[in-house]
Design a protein around this ligand. Sequence first.
Ligand SMILES: C=CC1=C(C)c2cc3[nH]c(cc4nc(cc5[nH]c(cc1n2)c(C)c5CCC(=O)O)C(CCC(=O)O)=C4C)c(C)c3C=C
Ligand SMILES: [Fe+2]
Length: 390
Amino acid sequence: GCDSGSSKTAAPVVAKVPFYGAHQAGIATPAPARLAFATYDLTVDGSPQENLAALRQLLQTWTAAAAAMADGKPVPGDSNTLVAPPADTGEAYGSSPANLTITFGVGPSLFDGRFGLASRRPAALADLPMLPPENLDPARSGGDLVVQACSDDPVVAFHVIRNLARLGRGTVVMRWSQLGFGNATSNGASQETPRNLLGFKDGTRNIDGSDAQLMNQHVWVGDETDQQWMRGGSYLVARRIAMHIEAWDRDYLADQQHVFGRFKYTGAPLTGSNERDTPNFAAKDASGQPVIPVNAHIRLAAHENNGGIRILRRGYSYTDGIISASGELDAGLFFIAFQKDPRKQFVTLQRGLGAHDALNEYIQHVGSGLFACPPAPSGQGRYWAQDLVG
Ligand SMILES: C=CC1=C(C)c2cc3[nH]c(cc4nc(cc5[nH]c(cc1n2)c(C)c5CCC(=O)O)C(CCC(=O)O)=C4C)c(C)c3C=C
Ligand SMILES: [Fe+2]
């Protein structure tokens, strides 16, 4: 992102995040306030050679459009005529990209027989195993392709997933989509930790995307991969996690704090007084009980208690009206995490959380996706996943 810098200079802020480079934007880059996320399925039904050619064509078209949008320009290729629809749908004309990032990935289903790519599937892109107590809706899960668009302007973010769907007509259909929102203050100069819809600071002990050493250790795929087209990429796990907001809102403050192992207002661990204090998992209270309960979310999720495992979390809050059967709010966390190997990282953490987390009384995983996000195209003329399909 780009900061306004000195308050004395009146130059307008053009908040652009570079599209080309070593890694895709939208992983290590600061998270803007809005998310538009969509997965797409290919609809091609030719031979593997024909289908692969159609996929290659789609990725070339999509990459050119995404690079333009990230640069604050409309979808290219307008014929400038009154007797055809404009190339761009128009709702983001004249808007700043507002830190727009567009992150692309491919799902396990792309490596079935349709494209002849079965031998190019990385071992880490294995379908996620069942992770009880999940209750996944197939209509909110999976997809051949994914696009994560993040921007501080919700119109700009939605504009991306809409225009990519439109450019892909005849080749792809949108499978499911998700809008998300976060605190407007978390990406600006103040860098406040955002809060989730349960009212707790969320991200305190997250991996800092600007810490290259931690990113290389936990997030970016390195030489260890069995598929070189993924070197410099990362694996995205998405989970739509519904929250039972009404039950939570009736729960006593002390219990809410025990569920996470943190104080609600300051975000400090129950063994500390400042948000960034390191939790002391060994500390006991006067009656000999652990101060951070054995089933507290941060105890179960902490790298200290998981053999050093860490993930980069980049989730957004969501709300979609009410659940008609119960009259409860349909709201929660659209959890997104990036990592080197989901089998070792997300799956290991979620197995432990699914079995023991005190938070399970108030949440349910209802949607899921796993995607391999390759490195970014290195420059103009290169396109997404070129080393896979090119
Ligand atoms: C499998 C990974 C995780 C899922 C799923 C998950 C769901 C989930 N988390 C919160 C709220 C908080 N999580 C916090 C910390 C935290 N969570 C995970 C992993 C998953 N969370 C990790 C690895 C960590 C860091 C643990 C540590 O090292 O201490 C926190 C505390 C603040 C922070 O560090 O970010 C909160 C709050 C919700 C509401 C939720 C599902 C709806
Ligand atoms: Fe968490």
